[in-house]
Design a protein around this ligand. Sequence first.
Ligand code: ADP
Length: 268
Amino acid sequence: FAVRYDRFKDESGQDIGIIMILQDITERQKLENMQMDFVANVSHELKTPLTTIKSYTETLLSGDVEDKELTRNFLSIVDAEADRMNRLVKDLLQLSRLDYKQEKWYKKDSNLISLLKSAVTKVELTAKNKNQHLNCIFDDSQRIMVVIDKDGIEQVLLNILSNAIKYTQEGGRIDIDAFRVGKYARIIIADNGIGIPEKELSRVFERFFRVDRARSRAMGGTGLGLSISKQIVEDHNGNIELESKEGKGTKVTISLPLAPIRGRQNIE
Ligand code: ADP
């Protein structure tokens, strides 16, 4: 609580009373704490790759490394860390555009099934490299029309699919389904991977939250993917939910409003 006093005086200047204002600043305090945490997180995330870059360039500049192979090795690490910073800054800029409602959406009637199919195709190779099976349950001849910015929703699908692949062991399986429920299109992406401990589950949509920072980092993650995805889906009046059991797997459900019926497209 913030406390403020004011004195009441009569005409002669004599105190006749005190007014005390108690203001609940919990919300404000929470917001300030969140902002401070965010800045600390951003700084930390940028500092880590910078430290690596600096140590490798210093070593190279010292002239002590003569081996060509080793030099190349060092340079590729520098390159990867620079890529990482790039991804981070890109994600941060997008988050800021989303926060300020400045992201431009070009929403059009689109068939969610073909978008989902093309997203699955884009991650197929990554899954194959881990011997994982992408199990498409949906009927790919049907059309489920939604009003969406295709790039935006594709980004969400790719993010959720990549997470499923990243956080699932070699040989794992990812079930992908899409269907209509009332006035909504629903997409389900369920993996049988490492899952998320119950106590961490409520935090996964927070910015920079990762169950295992080192693991996510090693996989190239920024810890911003799910929070960006959530904002994009919400900007489409949709909803994204995540259920998970540690050691069993994770299920992500995305719901998007169906396009209003124009002709027969959404009732076939
Ligand atoms: P990251 O870039 O770290 O993948 P995200 O915002 O996409 O960031 O996800 C946040 C965290 O949620 C991840 O670091 C991971 O710990 C957890 N997570 C997300 N998807 C899955 C999944 N399918 N299985 C297990 N854990 C997941």
